[in-house]
Design a protein around this ligand. Structure first.
Ligand SMILES: Cc1cc2nc3c(=O)[nH]c(=O)nc-3n(C[C@H](O)[C@H](O)[C@H](O)COP(=O)(O)OP(=O)(O)OC[C@H]3O[C@@H](n4cnc5c(N)ncnc54)[C@H](O)[C@@H]3O)c2cc1C
Length: 294
């Protein structure tokens, strides 16, 4: 197939996850435009290969054995952002930090909640990421979803956004998003972000390699972190992975952790929460490759 798009082989995905674990992708490509993305999807379809997308890998556990798929990382035009009136128009691979920067410079508020979420807009839509009372469903006007079976702009209801969930499936790529923001003075945005970041630093392991919250908060008076802390799990270690001594709903890569180590900790955490509280914790982290949540 004649294409400007390069398909790399056996690319270690540990480079693309914030926890730093995971085996290789059978095939890997970095489309920088919608036509390149379509080429990549067609290339995979011709070979009967599944497709998955990585953002900043900040909520991702990849199988140590690797992923038998074409893995995409959106770059170029698909990783940029700009303000257009009250809309923030961004590629699905645009980091939240870049979007927040552009929004603030344009005097647009509403995206401050994402200041401590180290992902992309595509990952944010997939996860309906949120914090401090805000989430993507609250600001998303629409997202351009490109897939082998067709492409189109979808709104929050069509995407099925709910608490840390969307109805998107691998092979459907969030290529662009339009976020509806509102005018807010730059100084106010700066102050709000500084406040949220300080709150985050006070309670979470912000300077360690983690994949964010391990479990969703259950319907219980205790959140997942408080529950796992009460189970005595802070500092519990398997191999190179450690339940964060700072916040028990985080797993840290302490020293050469593998995905299997992380899954081992998740199994132990679920077992103890079930025994102590009768609660079945549900994982928030996304799994890629031949692995299952314990
Ligand atoms: C320190 C830390 C703090 C965090 N705090 C929060 C928080 O407060 N709130 C919160 O909600 N999350 C939090 N997270 C988790 C994570 O940052 C979010 O879920 C984020 O939205 C994931 O985005 P990503 O680009 O890194 O996606 P990835 O982790 O790369 O991928 C997550 C899922 O989205 C899919 N995906 C990614 N990009 C696309 C795309 N363009 N098209 C289609 N599918 C795609 C992937 O296939 C995967 O299934 C935190 C993580 C860390 C490490």
């Amino acid at each position: 197939m004649k294409t400007a798009l390069t398909i790399e082989e056996a690319v270690p995905l540990s480079r693309f996850t914030t926890i730093g674990t995971g085996g290789p992708a059978l095939a890997f490509a970095r489309p920088g435009s919608v036509p390149e993305l379509e080429q990549a999807l067609a290339w995979a379809a011709e070979r009967g290969l599944r497709v998955a997308t990585v953002g900043l890998g900040s909520n991702l556990l990849v199988a140590d054995a690797g992923v038998d798929a074409l893995v995409l990382k959106l770059e170029g035009e698909l990783a940029r952002a700009r303000a257009e009136g009250e809309l923030l128009v961004a590629g699905g691979g645009a980091p939240n930090a870049v979007c927040l920067h552009r929004a603030r410079a344009a005097g647009l508020g509403g995206f401050e909640f994402a200041c401590a979420i180290p992902g992309t807009t595509g990952g944010g839509v997939w996860m309906n990421a949120g914090a401090y009372g805000g989430d993507f469903s609250g600001i998303l006007a629409r997202a351009l979803v490109v897939g082998v079976e067709g492409s189109g702009w979808l709104g929050p209801a069509e995407l099925g956004l709910s608490y840390r969930h969307s109805e998107l499936r691998h092979g459907q790529v969030v290529a662009r998003v339009e976020l509806r923001l509102a005018h807010r003075p730059e100084a106010e945005i700066k102050a709000a972000v500084a406040d949220l970041q300080a709150r985050r630093k006070a309670t979470q392991p912000t300077n360690k390699r983690t994949f964010g919250s391990v479990f969703k908060n259950p319907e219980h008076e205790l959140g997942a972190g408080a529950m796992l802390e009460a189970c005595g799990l802070k500092g519990h270690r398997i191999g190179g992975a450690l339940i964060s001594p700072r916040h028990a709903n985080f797993v840290e890569n302490a020293d050469g952790a593998t995905t299997a180590d992380c899954l081992g900790l998740m199994a132990e955490a679920r077992r103890r929460a079930r025994e102590r509280f009768g609660v079945e914790l549900v994982h928030e982290v996304e799994l890629l490759g031949p692995i299952e949540a314990p």
